[in-house]
Ligand binder design. Structure first.
Ligand code: ZN
Ligand code: CA
Length: 366
């Protein structure tokens, strides 16, 4: 039933449309047109601050449970002028950009599923398609979705690689920015008058534990910025980091640990520090006994794969849908090595991903 050629063409067309986070105007316009061709009435809902457009919603009325099908339309950088090239069963970016298989494999699969349902007049449940914007910058689009749109029996987010893996757990995440204030001085004439913010930052960071903390907790220092010239004792350094855990308490403990090290080190060297933290999203777990897990298992088996539940180290729109009370799984659609110039889409897995969603929908319609 899945038309492989059509699916590949849809995907290639999508990756050629630039859609960096908050700059999704062109792709949303394109998708509106596609959805209208399918007889749906797409509408925008929830627009991020500074975004060009809002999330794109389309309701496909049907019988039985109400399900959400979701993928995000934005990509990370470098994501401009992407040229997809097919090599065997894979699609790669031609240049030094990412491919945008994250998450245009998901978008293409949803469009293919809708086309298959229409063309074959398949019985189906009520489907709400939610194409989100600004996912890559902290699930921003999903966060500003009007809550009344997040009413469904369950949801399927299509936003990872291997089709046999079902992500039913994701961590909480908190980001922080610490600004260390030292004191500037001429580095050659009277360095003793200065307080070197770079040195204080370096000492603090060297005393922190981060990386993999335990089985369910990770942490990172990802950005450090500061200093003006070699002859000035730097008076300001900015550090950005994060902590994630499947256990919320552990996440906050890790953040606290980093804050304490920063405050103690700054106090010792007479520097000042300002720390701001913001929670990016809450963790979730869809239990094994949940109906959507059973549906996903049988849909994957029917497609010839061996299903497996997996926790993820990252967040996705599924975090927000689960927080709103819609049990949502993140399922695979063949994207690999995402966020790199070696990113690729596995065509067979995209086809299988579409088949799995069709299987799941058919099962719901029974
Ligand atoms: Zn993604
Ligand atoms: Ca991503």
């Amino acid at each position: 039933m899945i038309n492989k050629k059509r699916l590949v063409n849809t995907f290639k067309k999508l990756v050629k449309i630039d859609s960096l986070s908050l700059k999704e105007g062109k792709i949303v316009k394109h998708l509106k047109k596609e959805l209208k061709t399918l007889g749906l009435r797409p509408y925008e809902a929830g627009k991020p601050k500074d975004g060009e457009v809002g999330n794109l919603i389309a309701d496909f009325p049907g019988k039985g449970p109400r399900i959400i099908l979701n993928a995000h339309v934005d990509t990370v950088s470098p994501g401009k002028n992407i040229k997809p090239v097919e090599r065997g069963n894979r699609i790669y970016p031609a240049g030094k950009t990412i491919l945008g298989a994250d998450d245009k494999t998901g978008v293409a699969v949803i469009l293919e599923v809708l086309k298959v349902i229409k063309k074959n007049k398949l019985p189906h449940p009520a489907i709400r398609v939610i194409f989100t914007v600004a996912e890559e910058i902290g699930i921003v689009g999903a966060k500003v979705l009007p809550k009344n749109l997040l009413k469904a029996d369950f949801g399927i987010t299509l936003d990872h690689g291997s089709v046999q893996k079902i992500i039913n757990q994701a961590p909480s995440q908190v980001n922080f920015t610490a600004t260390i204030f030292g004191r500037s001085a001429h580095a050659g004439i009277h360095p003793e008058d200065g307080i070197n913010a770079i040195k204080v930052a370096a000492i603090a960071i060297s005393k922190m534990k981060f990386g993999r903390i335990d089985k369910e907790t990770t942490s990172n220092i990802g950005v450090i910025k500061g200093g003006k010239a070699t002859n000035i004792v730097p008076d300001k350094v900015e550090i950005k980091g994060e902590a994630r855990s499947h256990d919320r308490v552990k996440m906050w403990c890790q953040l606290r640990h980093m804050q304490i090290v920063l405050m103690r080190t700054c106090a010792k060297y007479k520097a000042k520090v300002k720390i701001t933290a913001n929670k990016v999203y809450n963790s979730f777990e869809v239990k094994k006994k949940c109906k959507v897990v059973k549906l996903a298992f049988s849909a994957i088996k029917k497609a010839g794969y061996k299903p497996r539940l997996m926790p993820s180290g990252g967040g996705s729109d599924a975090n927000i849908f689960n927080a709103a009370g819609v049990p949502t799984l993140n399922m695979g659609v063949g994207m690999h090595r995402v966020h790199t110039a070696r990113e690729y889409a596995d065509v067979n897995e995209m086809v299988a991903g579409a088949e799995i969603v069709i299987n799941l929908i058919a099962e719901c319609a029974k």
